[in-house]
Design a protein around this ligand. Structure first.
Ligand code: NAD
Length: 487
């Protein structure tokens, strides 16, 4: 059932920050799995580049160690690991200086796809782009991959885009949001635009509301100080939740091609209304009462006066013909009761129930689960089996991949695997375009400025809960309810 693996062209992939946390946990394990799947041509090369002094063998050992810790349990023989290690080399480079750059330029193979992954802090992006240009590596066929955060507001995002644009065309810039690489997210487009069934109902006439939840159980832990400068709005809503919202709400693009899809997403962001303060709830988690190892947000942030939110819930409105009148409820937070990401499209009640009031109220809900267990489920109403008259119940039509694909489900590539291979193929559909990022900030900035100017403080919420009570009220007052947060 899993589609055939088509090897990508030969490539040189340089990972700046190749010794960093992201490289160890995500990028290198993803590359290894694609290698195991047979997607890399002989001759593909991965070059780690970072400040640490290390030789090729040292880097291979570093990667073996990373794969032992973070490689998934998929079958991959020892021989394959050694084959993968042969694709690896390492060079010491200083993004801010001249060390290593000439040697890196000399290593580049002519005539193959050339990709540079910027897995370093954003303050180095400009330096890297500049050096690549200066040392002749920023040619028309090269691509750069950039990790979030893409700025912290519109001004910084613009400055970053402008810096990258000095040396690279937009068609060469791949801004990664790993949410977009998830199987289910793409399946969302397949379900919407590959079936006759859903699209005619996909509008304010038939959809009562849409809920998007991204819940985490972890707190901000060791990155408290960094997080305190950001908060849930900047860290999650402006990028991940906004991207999910766009895919749900966008018009059908004329073609499944990068710019056609991204043009439609951009229109959604531009059609978002400003959000009034009463439609935003911000929260901060409290300490876990019976676990001294789980302090509250303020202790984690080491800032007792912090007004940064670790939770946010909002009610959004999209002003266009399709969605006028259908609210979108978004929520995301840390230290919640389960780790889950899901989108629920809640359809309206039938206009009239022929079964009478005793049959109760039943609604179709399409649930798109991103984690755990990626998949989709459609709730349909049927007759409760057996005698005793016409009693109605809701049952799920389960479209989860694990069911449909059986043991092969675990061979479905994860987000990083798919996205990195898309970079090599030159397909930007699942990457954010510069104007999308800027439009998202242009919508976000006034909301943040608004609560900062008002001096609004987040409300506390219990660790392991569904967030603050006020967030529940956000829906209750509209006569609606959040879906339960559960794994
Ligand atoms: P990290 O601090 O673990 O690693 C940074 C890497 O950059 C190291 O390899 C270091 O040697 C290299 N480096 C630092 N200064 C350098 C210089 N002057 N010249 C050359 N190399 C230099 O960081 P990370 O967690 O791997 O994050 C990398 C980027 O990815 C950041 O922008 C981060 O925001 C983003 N990101 C990380 C994660 C994650 O899970 N770690 C998730 C999403 C986005």
């Amino acid at each position: 059932m899993v589609s055939r693996v088509i090897p990508v062209d030969e490539f040189d992939l340089v990972i700046f920050g190749g010794t960093g946390d992201l490289a160890r946990r995500k990028i290198l394990p993803a590359l290894f799995r694609r290698f195991c799947a047979g997607q890399m041509e002989r001759g593909a090369r991965i070059i780690g580049a970072a400040r640490s002094e290390m030789d090729n063998e040292g880097y291979r050992e570093f990667v073996r160690e990373a794969l032992r810790e973070f490689g998934t349990g998929r079958a991959c023989e020892e021989g394959t690991l050694e084959g993968f290690c042969k694709t690896l080399s390492y060079i010491t480079v200083d993004a801010r200086g001249t060390d290593g750059w000439s040697a890196l330029a000399a290593m580049m193979k002519p005539g193959v796809v050339r990709a540079f992954y910027f897995s370093v802090g954003p303050s180095l992006f400009g330096d890297l782009a500049e050096r690549l240009h200066q040392y002749g590596m920023a040619d028309a066929d090269s691509r750069i991959v950039v990790e979030k955060p893409f700025g912290r507001d519109l001004a910084t995002a613009r400055a970053l885009n402008d810096t990258l644009a000095l040396h690279f065309d937009e068609s060469q810039i791949y801004r990664i949001d790993h949410y977009l690489g998830k199987e289910t997210v793409q399946n969302l487009m397949a379900v919407r635009f590959g079936n006759m069934l859903f699209e005619p109902l996909w509008n304010a006439q038939y959809v009562d509301h849409i809920q998007i939840t991204v819940a985490e159980t972890v707190g901000v832990g060791g990155r408290g100080e960094y997080y305190d400068r950001s908060g849930a709005m900047r860290d999650m809503v402006q990028n991940h939740l906004m991207q999910l919202l766009c895919l749900i709400a966008m018009e059908p693009p004329a073609k499944f091609d990068p710019d056609a899809v991204r043009d439609e997403k951009l229109k959604v962001i531009r059609a978002l209304d400003p959000v009034p303060p009463e439609d935003i709830v911000r929260g901060q988690y409290l300490a876990e009462t019976d676990d001294p190892d789980k302090p509250g947000y303020l202790a984690h942030a080491e800032n007792p006066r912090s007004k940064t939110e670790s939770f946010i819930a909002m009610r959004l409105a999209i002003s266009n013909w399709r969605w006028k009148g259908t609210p979108f409820y978004l929520r995301t937070g840390k230290r919640l009761k389960a780790r889950t990401s899901e989108i629920a499209v809640v359809f309206k009640d039938t206009p009239h129930s022929i079964f009478g009031p005793e049959a109760g109220r039943h609604r179709n809900i399409l649930t798109i689960r991103l984690q755990p267990n990626e998949g989709m489920e459609l709730g349909v109403t049927i007759k409760e089996p057996g005698p005793g008259g016409m009693r109605l119940i809701d049952v799920p039509l389960d479209m989860s991949f694990a069911e449909a694909l059986g043991p092969e489900a675990e061979e479905v590539p994860d987000a990083y695997e798919r996205l990195i291979m898309d970079v090599i193929r030159g397909n930007q559909t699942l990457f954010m375009r510069g104007d999308e990022v800027e439009a998202a900030w242009a919508w976000t900035d006034p909301l943040i400025e608004g609560w900062e100017a008002r001096g609004d403080a987040p409300v506390p919420y219990e660790s392991g809960s569904s967030g603050p009570e006020d967030a529940l009220m956000l829906m209750h007052r509209d006569g609606r309810r959040w879906r339960e947060i559960r794994a």
